[in-house]
Design a protein around this ligand. Structure first.
Ligand code: UGA
Length: 441
């Protein structure tokens, strides 16, 4: 089938590559000429495991191409995916400017039936606004061509996006038109194996499903983070509590890891956008407010533990930091806990020596050259001449370090671990103090 994807960001590229992989003819369109030029040269603007190879393979096979030309885009696909960004506005609501600009562009150009698919995470009611925009653009041109707008939210995890797309848990299709539902079902048939994963529902239910999923996951994390603070205060070990409650299948082991707060481009933004949607209709989303507030407080936790440990004397200290990305297997630092921590350390007069397996360039882009940030190229370099070590991201390569060597390097033998990577007795046996989340007296 012919598919056009507007927006060659994270979601658009993964969607485009995976739909081409199963044999569709995919054209990705983006307004950013530099990005399209890079893609046409075989480059990939983001880091996502497996994506570069998949794009290269499908470009060579002639199933995947890139363009800046909206005329070509609208002419090409029966399916017109909108996968452009929805950056949060000042008030936390999603900014639909780019989504509606694509809708207008489609409306201005379409000459035959099109299925417009909202892939970006957009608030409930957006499909209606997209339809109005397309209709208005057609009216202006004096045309009237049939179309449908479908909500088809993505559930991709950064770092595992290809796998998530190729083997989805569910494929949500929101449409009021059964015929369109069938066409989407056909498009997704190659991904719909073993049992039926396609769920066709009303447009608004599909739109809300996306926010509901992310808000539920964020709630699990904030709940565990709240419990970890209680555990610490009462002398319990949150890791024991986690295993204890996770064994109940109604609770489950996934997404109950306490830590130094959730980050990324999705949870913080989507929780705020859902709060905004609720408040706008006069409903006070108390639980969502709390989920966000708990996360915000959790992001201060590592700094307050360090502040306490050093009796407020952080000025002049050098802190080794392992992990800049908001989670492993990505270079994304949006809303990462490491950022809050570094900014607090700098404000207190400390210096940071940071290592991340892939996010150093991103840190350089965000913070530029500064005398209180040194980016190094391996984990042991970070601790050279440092006073203490702090861990913000659970990269696998941090999981079994040489504790004796760490002890030998640090002037204050202490590890602050925002991800509970180690067994406390093992760290203590090496003569290091171990400050982690939810498990010390
Ligand atoms: C999230 C969802 O997991 C995806 O299903 C969704 O499609 C995506 O948002 C989206 O809306 O596009 P992502 O932001 O890539 O994916 O990251 P997650 O793996 O969900 O992690 C989010 C944050 O939660 C990370 O900072 C992670 O460290 C933290 N986390 C996760 C915890 O603190 N504890 C946990 O138990 C799990």
């Amino acid at each position: 089938m012919d598919v056009t994807i507007f927006g060659s960001g994270y979601v658009g590229l993964v969607t485009g590559a995976c739909l081409a992989e199963v044999g569709n003819q995919v054209l990705c369109v983006d307004v950013d000429a530099d990005k399209i030029a890079l893609l046409n040269r075989g480059g990939v603007p983001i880091f996502e495991p497996g994506l570069e190879d998949m794009i290269a393979k499908n470009r060579e096979a002639g199933r995947l191409s890139f363009s800046t030309d909206p005329d070509e885009g609208v002419a090409h696909g029966l399916f017109q995916f909108i996968a452009v960004g929805t950056p949060p506005d000042e008030d936390g609501s999603a900014d639909l400017r780019h989504v509606l600009a694509v809708a207008k562009s489609i409306g201005e150009r379409m000459s035959g039936y099109r299925i417009i698919v909202d892939k970006s995470t957009v608030p409930v009611g957006t499909a209606d606004r997209v339809a109005e925009t397309v209709r208005a653009a057609q009216q202006e041109r004096g045309t009237q061509v049939d179309f449908d707008v479908v909500s088809n939210p993505e559930f991709l995890k950064e770092g595992a996006a290809i796998e998530d797309f190729m083997r989805p848990d569910r494929i949500i299709v929101g449409t009021e038109n059964p015929r369109t539902g069938e066409l989407l079902r056909a498009l997704y048939a190659p991904f719909n194996r073993n049992h039926d994963r396609v769920m066709v529902m009303g447009v608004r239910s599909a739109e809300l499903t996306k926010y509901a999923a992310n808000a539920m996951l964020a709630t699990k994390i904030s709940f565990m983070n709240e419990l970890s603070n209680i555990a610490e205060a009462v002398g319990a070990d949150i890791e024991m509590v986690r295993v204890g409650i996770g064994s109940d299948p109604r609770i489950g082991y996934q997404f109950i890891y306490p830590g130094c707060g959730y980050g990324g481009s999705c949870f913080p933004k989507d929780v705020r956008a859902l709060e905004h949607t609720a408040t706008a209709i006069g409903y006070e989303p108390q639980l969502l407010h709390a989920v966000e507030a708990v996360n915000d407080r959790q992001k201060d936790l590592l700094f307050s533990k360090m502040h306490r440990y050093f009796n407020g004397e952080l000025s002049g200290k050098t802190i080794a930091l392992w992990g800049l990305a908001f989670k492993p297997n990505t270079d994304d630092m949006r809303e990462a806990s490491s950022r809050r921590l570094m900014e607090q350390l700098w404000a207190a007069g400390a210096k940071v020596r940071a290592f991340d397996p892939v996010a150093a360039d991103e840190a350089r882009r965000i913070y530029g050259e500064r005398s209180d940030l040194t980016l190094v190229s391996n984990r042991m370099q970070a601790i050279e001449g440092a006073d203490a070590l702090v861990i913000c991201t659970e990269w696998s390569e941090f999981r079994s370090p040489d504790f004796a060597e760490i002890k030998g390097q640090l002037s204050s033998p202490v590890i602050f671990d925002g991800r509970n990577l180690f067994d406390p007795s093992q760290v203590n046996a090496a003569g290091l103090t171990y400050v982690s989340i939810g498990r010390e007296p």
